[in-house]
Design a binder for this molecule. Structure first.
Ligand SMILES: [Ca+2]
Length: 120
């Protein structure tokens, strides 16, 4: 009869809970995005912590920022006069906004208050 089943046998160490086992597998399976993220962060940190890498990155990024008009190599300075946009661009001062030194309406072809912007 099951009633006489030895009590001590229940105290044996239970077999691993199947649900728990499955959860462990899921956890170990979810490691790869973390590893990927770590690899990306590590690569980024490697670039930034390496002075050569950082300056190389800036050397690439700066002309891009300049070319899209986010930064000017040289801010307009009082007394600026440019014969044309080619000169202003060559000096790294383009674009020039209305009211800034060096702005002239004949350098602003579309009269939008921005002289020597990339499109006119
Ligand atoms: Ca314009």
């Amino acid at each position: 009869m099951t009633k006489h089943y030895p009590e001590h046998s229940r105290k044996r160490r239970p077999r691993p809970n199947p649900i728990r086992q499955q959860r462990r597998n899921e956890e170990s399976g979810s490691w790869w995005p973390i590893l990927l993220l770590a690899a990306v962060i590590g690569a980024g940190a490697g670039i930034l912590s390496n002075p050569t890498g950082a300056s190389a990155w800036l050397a690439k990024a700066r002309p891009v920022a300049v070319s899209v008009g986010l930064t000017r190599v040289r801010e307009p300075q009082s007394g600026d006069y440019w014969a044309g946009c080619n000169d202003a661009r060559a000096a790294g001062t383009a674009p020039i906004y209305a009211g800034e030194p060096g702005y002239r309406s004949d350098m602003d072809g579309d009269s939008d208050g921005i002289a020597c912007e990339s499109h006119g």
